[in-house]
Design a protein around this ligand. Structure first.
Ligand code: PRP
Length: 183
C-alpha cells in the first residue's frame, strides 16, 4: 500500500501480524474472565478507536460498547497531567462491569482520573485493557489487568496513536523520527 507517512517512521516496533496475534490472545483471555456477565467495553478516544474495533471482534461476548473522549497531551509529547473530558458518556453505567480500552498506558494520569470518575458514576467493577504499556513512565499507581505489549520510552505512533493528530491510520506501531517532532 502506498503511504505518505512511511518516510517519517524510524522503525516498525510491532507489525500488523504481531498486533493481530496478540489481540486474539487478549480477546480469549477477556472472554474467559467475563463469560456470562455482559460487560461494557468502554473505549477512551481518540487513541483507542482502532484497537477497540479489533478487540471487540476478537472477544465474542454478549456485551455493548461505549466511548469517552479525553485528552491530556494537547499536541505535546509529554502529558500535562490534567485530563479534560471532550465527549462524555452517553449512558448510565451504574452497576456495570466496565472494560476500559486504552491504546497506551503511559504516566497513568488518564486512567487514574477515569477510574475515579467511573466509580463515582456507579460502575460495579473496572478492568483495564491497554494495547501498549510504558511502565518506565508511570507516575500514578495504575496497572493494567490486560496489556498487549510493553514498549520502551520511545515516541510511538500508529494503530490509533498520533503525533499532533496525524499517523493514527498507520497500520502498525512505529517509532517516529526525532526530526519530525523536533522540527
Ligand atoms: C493518550 C492515550 C491515553 C493517554 C495515556 O491520549 O490515548 O489516553 O494519552 O497517557 P497517560 O497514561 O500519561 O495519561 P491523548 O491525551 O494523547 O489523547 P488521544 O487519545 O486523543 O490521542
Amino acid at each position: 500500500m502506498r503511504s505518505e507517512m512511511e518516510k517519517d517512521i524510524l522503525k516498525v516496533l510491532i507489525t500488523e501480524e504481531e498486533l493481530q496475534k496478540r489481540i486474539a490472545e487478549l480477546g480469549e483471555a477477556i472472554y474467559e474472565r467475563f463469560q456470562g456477565r455482559r460487560p461494557l467495553f468502554l473505549g477512551v478516544l481518540k487513541g483507542s478507536f482502532v484497537f477497540m474495533a479489533d478487540l471487540v471482534r476478537a472477544c465474542q461476548l454478549k456485551s455493548d460498547v461505549e466511548f469517552i473522549a479525553v485528552s491530556s497531551y494537547e499536541n505535546a509529547t509529554v502529558s500535562s497531567g490534567r485530563v479534560k473530558i471532550n465527549h462524555d458518556l452517553q449512558q448510565d453505567i451504574t452497576g456495570r462491569d466496565l472494560i476500559i480500552v486504552e491504546d497506551i498506558l503511559d504516566s497513568g494520569s488518564t486512567l487514574a482520573f477515569l477510574k475515579d470518575y467511573f466509580l463515582t458514576k456507579g460502575a460495579a467493577s473496572i478492568t483495564i485493557v491497554t494495547l501498549l504499556d510504558k511502565p518506565s513512565r508511570r507516575t500514578k499507581a495504575i496497572t493494567a489487568d490486560f496489556a498487549g505489549f510493553e514498549v520502551p520510552n520511545e515516541f510511538v505512533v500508529g494503530y490509533g496513536l498520533d503525533y499532533c493528530q496525524e499517523y493514527r491510520n498507520v497500520p502498525y506501531i512505529g517509532v517516529l523520527k526525532p526530526e519530525v517532532y523536533a522540527g
